[in-house]
Design a protein around this ligand. Sequence first.
Ligand code: CP
Ligand code: NVA
Length: 301
Amino acid sequence: MAVRHFLTLLDLTPAELHHVLQRAAEFKQEHRQRLYTDRFKNYVLGMIFEKSSTRTRVSFEAGMAQMGGHAMFLAPKDTQLGRGEPIEDSARVMSSMIDIIMVRTFGHSRIERFAAFSSVPVINALTDDFHPCQVLADMQTFIEHRGSIQGKQVAWIGDGNNMCQTYIQAARQFDFELRIACPQGFEPREDLVNANRDRVSIVRDPKEAARGAHLLATDVWASMGHEHEISERRRAFGGYQLNRELLSIAASDALFMHCLPAHREEEISAELMEDPHSVIWDEAENRLHSQKALIEFLLTH
Ligand code: CP
Ligand code: NVA
């Protein structure tokens, strides 16, 4: 049986994604009641972080512990990866010892190279191009609050970054319409947009994206690795704040999300962080549940 990886949302079929989300809801109930079972006793997850993290590390590590397994945090500065050992060699060695590996890194090709040499499932915990674990949690959160997202209208406000690009893939896999409002020069990858023209469009005016939307999502103006561009980005993104004005023209039952960490008064107004339409905190918590379901899927398929 070929090993299954989760490098993008396209690695699972829509039916498989829905199955994972169903299990995620069950894992959430289990967590509420603290009825954990040791379904992955003695299993070890390796966690390679070449960028910072709070949510991803805590959710994967806690998730493995709650399922009876163990998670191993691997920082580049403390491993030979940080001293230039080829990623292919690292993948072969690590996967001969442990059961599943998550990687947070820069270029997407780096995780593809790792996965090509790994004999166990590899999970993308964020690359410059995609953040599928986060959008899986976002989908769980929408479904939990509003039911199916199929046929709904989703607005992305801000940078055409890894989150935005993952939303493009989500639009295809979960069958919704996506309007992306971003400034010129900060668009998502053209090939991704072109491959999904039937459901994805780019507009300049955030109001055009937000009007009638059932879900509005945003993210930081400067992603990890782009911090040095923040002054230029603050100028470019000035009109792209998720705020009450945009919410007022969205659907009356619109939800909004932010994957966090957030910069209040930049991409999102401070008051919106605590608004009743915000599901940001559920979205963060659901990383725990959806990733448990993902790990279960990858270890059993
Ligand atoms: N949303 C997210 O992935 O958060 P961290 O960078 O804290 O893991
Ligand atoms: N786009 C952000 C997401 C952080 C979770 C980044 O890559 O820094």
